[in-house]
Design a protein around this ligand. Structure first.
Ligand code: SAM
Ligand code: SF4
Length: 466
């Protein structure tokens, strides 16, 4: 029998992403997977043969955006016959209901079904059949690395170390749409990071809904701190970050890693959600305001330069003025480098959606504005305090504001723009901070003749010995 060679025509995929880093990274993985079949990515939906909307359902607003995005792309289906799909949390949550509601939708693909995407696409291409795949994969196959097929034009990369969550905070939909906690074996993660280092990646951000819980159920027992140590030993990787940690599971071992591992950046994202013990209990968070502050003190003791960011929710059912005051008090005490603040948004399936003592929308909005104003002042003040210091920056690319400038991040994860050439991309350079703003820093490159090896980061001008 003679074999038949089928040459598939190159097609284009456009992916629109909503939500957190997890979703951003899932979109990257989807693109890598499709590039291994006959698709290439495009940034222009109008020229796409396949449009995929990768969705988020953590709050109501991003969920609604999905439907308006679908409406926006309907004409591309009608005019060009583009295949239209929905992936991510909304796909997982709504399943076949989405197909019923949106007649021109071809594909619904849940959070565990990404590896099946090329086959499902082919099925639609060949038969025109509409598909829905939302089963949970208990064996963790869906977490396996999807390595890039070609060099990436960037210097940092996400690596998923675990999926799902077992915490069931009463407001949160994640355990329902991402499933239960599943960790990837440490060996697999280390292999993936080595591969990324070979491709020129300098910074790795380890992803999971609750990275401190890493390791549960693995054959070869590894704690999250041990995983960090293994990654710290990989040549070529200069910086390690992780997100997100749950305050309840933040161990002393992990806190100590900030002083022990030279590649672990001095930044932690530690969502507290509320400063009121009564509300924390109703949220089922498993810690108190005092124990949260205790962990912050310990982090600052072990690593005085650590930057701290967090998530907070206002207007959770039953929240009163006194509870809100406790939240503001916690913010003033910690002095976060930055905060992601949200109005409580009821999610069906979660326990809090049944709570009756709802907070009025007007009050939620007022509280959110007050809180954001206070935080804006703290962030600006902290950035102003950095003026005159020299910080190590990993240069990521050209600045959006000026073609004369490049942009990068400090180890504390702050954006720093400075005059410089594109040849600096991928390099770690010392930059003196000249101006602190509310959302970024401005600086100037320290000339080579003024650099002392490893000696002049994080100090003021006057302290640098030349
Ligand atoms: N795993 C992380 C943790 O435990 O802190 C958070 C993951 S969640 C995807 C990101 C953030 O969304 C949460 O920290 C919370 O502040 C916010 N969030 C989650 N559910 C929410 C809801 N129903 N309403 C408003 N904000 C919500
Ligand atoms: Fe959601 Fe709580 Fe799990 Fe975070 S820890 S993902 S907030 S259930």
């Amino acid at each position: 029998m003679r074999g038949v060679t089928i040459i598939l025509m190159e097609k284009r995929v456009y992916i629109e992403t909503y939500g957190c880093q997890m979703n951003e990274h899932d979109s990257e993985r989807i693109l890598r997977l499709l590039e291994g079949s006959h698709y290439i990515g495009t940034k222009d939906a109008k020229e796409a043969d396949f449009i995929l909307i990768n969705t988020c359902s953590v709050r109501e607003k991003p969920e609604h955006k999905v439907y308006s995005a679908l409406g926006r792309y309907k004409w591309l289906k009608e005019r060009r016959g583009a295949i239209i799909g929905v992936a991510g949390c909304v796909a997982q949550q709504e399943g076949n209901k989405l197909l019923d509601r949106v007649p021109y939708l071809d594909m619904v693909i849940g959070t565990h079904a990404i590896p099946m995407l090329p086959q499902l696409l082919q099925k639609i291409e060949v038969s025109g059949e509409r598909v829905c795949e939302t089963g949970f994969d208990q064996n963790g196959k869906y977490l396996e690395a999807i390595l890039p097929q070609r060099s990436l034009d960037k210097v940092k990369s996400y690596v998923t170390i675990m999926q799902g969550c077992d915490h069931f905070c009463s407001f949160c939909i994640v355990p329902y749409v991402r499933g239960r906690e599943q960790s990837r074996p440490s060996r697999e993660i280390v292999e993936e990071v080595k591969h990324l280092a070979e491709m020129g990646m300098k910074e790795i951000c380890l992803l999971g809904q609750n990275v401190n819980g890493y390791g549960k159920g693995l054959e070869e027992e590894t704690s999250f701190s041990e995983l960090l140590e293994n990654i710290n030993d990989i040549d070529g990787i200069e910086r390690i970050r992780f997100t997100t940690s749950h305050p309840k599971d933040l161990s002393e071992e992990l806190i100590l890693a900030f002083s022990k591992l030279e590649k672990l950046c001095e930044h932690i994202h530690l969502p507290f959600q509320s400063g009121s013990d009564r509300i924390l209990k109703a949220m089922h968070r498993g810690y108190t305001k005092e124990s949260y502050l205790g962990k912050i003190d310990r982090l600052k003791e072990v690593c005085p330069s650590i930057a701290i960011t967090a998530d907070v929710i206002v207007g959770f059912p039953g929240e009163e003025e006194e509870d809100f005051k406790q939240t503001l008090d916690l913010i003033e005490k910690v002095r976060f480098d930055d905060l992601f603040s949200f109005k409580y948004s009821p999610r069906k399936e979660t326990r809090a959606a049944q709570f009756v003592d709802k907070v009025e929308e007007k009050v939620k909005q007022e509280h959110l504005s007050i809180l954001q104003e206070i935080q804006k002042g703290i962030t600006l003040q902290k950035n102003l305090e950095l003026e005159g210091r020299v910080e190590e920056v990993l240069v990521e690319g050209r600045s959006k504001q000026s073609t004369q400038d490049v942009t990068g991040r400090t180890r504390s994860n702050k954006i720093l723009n400075f005059g410089g050439d594109i040849s600096l991309v991928g390099k770690l350079v010392p930059v003196r901070i000249t101006k602190g703003y509310a959302h970024s820093l401005r600086g100037e490159l320290v000339p080579p003749q003024c650099r002392l090896q490893n000696a002049n980061f994080g100090v003021k001008d006057s302290e640098i010995l030349i």
